[in-house]
Design a protein around this ligand. Structure first.
Ligand SMILES: [Ca+2]
Ligand SMILES: [Ca+2]
Length: 370
C-alpha cells in the first residue's frame, strides 16, 4: 500500500489540496537572498552527506549487511534432532556483516602467504595434549596418528553400519587444506572451492587476520534464514529430489549414503562457491557444500535451558561441557543426505571437536557494525 501511494500520490490527495500554496512552497525552498554560489555549496554539502551515509551503511565487497531483529531459532520440523528444539525467539540487537561465501582456498592461501601460518593439520600431534582429552588410563593412539594429518571422507564398499563413522572417516597423514584428500591431491583447479581441514583455531586465526571474527551461532542462523521464519530449507519448502537433473538448491549428497554418490547436483565433493542460488540476504551455500565453524561452544541442551526466557544476542555456553571440547558447526555439507543427515536445514546444528578439521568443514567470517 505504501508503494502504491508513493507511485500515485495524486490518487490519495484531496482534490482541493493538489496545488501547493505559496506558504507551503516557500517552506521547502531556500530564502530568496541566497546567492547562486550558496545554493551550489548547499547542494554539494547535501550530496556529500548522502555519500557518507551510504558508505557507512554499505557492506564492504564480499560481505552482506544482516539487519538487527527477532527470529525463531531452532526447528519445528518433524526431522529435527533433539539439539535443535525447542524453537525459541531470539533477538539480535545490532546489525552485522557476514561473508557472502565460505572462505575459499585462494583467500586462505593469501593469509598463509602473508603470515606463514601453519594449520593444526600441518603440525605434529602433541601426545600429552591429546591424551588430556581422554579418560585417565586410555591407551595412546597408534604412532601413525601422531603424524600431521586430518580426517578424510573415503567412500566404503558395501553396506555399512551408519552408526560406525570410522567406516568412512579415515585418518590420513598429510591431509590438510593444501591436500584435501591427502597426498597426492592438491588445490589445482580448486582456488574458488571452500577451504577445508580447518580446526576451530585455524578458522578464528583467518577471520582475525581479515579484520573479522567468527559469527555466533545465532548470527549464523538468522542470516541463513534470510529474514523468513519457519522455512524448512534456506531455499523454501521444496524437498530435495535425488531424481532431479537440474534446479538443485545446494551441494549435498544424492544416492545412497555413504556408498553411492550420484552427484546429480554436479559435485561429488566441494563445489566452487556461488555455484548455487543465494538466499534472500545474498548469501551462498548456507546449505551444504561445507560445514562452517561458529564462535559458540556446543551444548545439545542449550535450547532447553533458554526455554521461556528472553534471549538477546546469545553467545552460547560459557565453557565446553566435557572433555570433547566441541564448537558448533552449521549448514551441513556435500555429505548430507535425507536418508542419513538432513543437517543442511537452517535450524540444524552439530558439535565438532574444536582441535580437528575434516574434508567437509570450513568457515565464513562475520564483522560487527560499529
Ligand atoms: Ca553433491
Ligand atoms: Ca556451507
Amino acid at each position: 500500500m505504501a508503494q502504491f501511494f508513493w507511485q500515485n500520490p495524486k490518487s490519495r490527495q484531496n482534490p482541493k489540496s493538489r496545488t501547493l500554496t505559496p506558504k507551503t512552497a516557500s517552506h521547502h525552498a531556500l530564502p530568496a537572498h541566497y546567492s547562486d554560489s550558496q545554493r551550489c555549496w548547499r547542494a554539494w554539502a547535501m550530496l556529500f552527506f548522502l555519500f557518507v551515509c551510504t558508505t557507512l551503511h554499505a557492506a564492504p565487497p564480499g560481505m552482506r549487511l544482516i539487519p538487527a531483529g527477532e527470529f525463531q531459532m531452532g526447528s519445528t520440523d518433524a526431522r529435527a534432532w533433539p539439539e535443535e528444539i525447542p524453537a525459541h525467539t531470539v533477538r539480535l540487537s545490532r546489525p552485522y556483516l557476514l561473508d557472502e561465501t565460505e572462505v575459499t582456498n585462494a583467500q586462505f592461501a593469501r593469509f598463509v602467504q602473508a603470515t606463514g601460518y601453519k594449520t593444526v593439520a600441518e603440525r605434529r600431534v602433541n601426545l600429552k595434549e591429546l591424551m588430556a582429552q581422554f579418560p585417565p588410563g586410555s591407551p595412546p593412539p597408534p604412532v601413525h596418528m601422531l603424524q600431521p594429518g586430518s580426517l578424510v571422507f573415503v567412500m566404503p564398499f558395501g553396506a555399512v553400519d551408519l552408526r560406525d563413522l570410522s567406516r568412512w572417516w579415515k585418518w590420513t597423514p598429510g591431509a590438510s587444506w593444501r591436500a584435501p584428500e591427502g597426498p597426492p591431491s592438491s588445490l589445482k583447479g580448486r582456488s574458488t572451492h571452500p577451504v577445508v581441514h580447518l580446526a576451530w583455531e585455524d578458522a578464528q586465526a583467518f577471520c582475525r587476520w581479515a579484520g573479522k571474527r567468527l559469527p555466533t551461532e545465532a548470527e549464523w542462523e538468522r542470516a541463513a534464514r534470510g529474514g523468513v521464519d519457519g522455512l524448512t530449507y534456506v531455499w523454501g519448502s521444496d524437498k530435495p529430489n535425488d531424481a532431479a537433473r537440474s534446479g538443485w538448491f545446494a551441494n549435498i549428497w544424492q544416492g545412497v549414503f555413504p556408498t553411492r554418490n550420484l552427484a546429480t547436483d554436479g559435485y561429488e565433493r566441494t563445489a566452487p562457491v556461488r555455484s548455487f542460488q543465494p538466499n534472500p540476504y545474498g548469501l551462498y551455500d548456507m546449505a551444504g557444500n561445507v560445514w562452517e565453524w561458529t564462535a559458540d561452544w556446543f551444548d545439545a541442551q542449550a535450547y532447553l535451558a533458554r526455554a521461556g526466557q528472553p534471549v538477546i544476542d546469545p553467545t552460547g555456553p560459557a565453557r565446553p561441557l566435557n572433555r570433547a571440547v566441541q564448537r558448533v558447526q552449521r549448514g551441513g555439507s556435500f555429505l548430507c543426505h535425507d536418508s542419513y543427515c538432513t543437517r543442511y536445514r537452517p535450524g540444524a546444528r552439530q558439535g565438532a571437536a574444536a582441535d580437528s578439521g575434516t574434508s567437509h568443514a570450513g568457515v565464513r567470517c562475520a564483522r560487527s557494525v560499529e
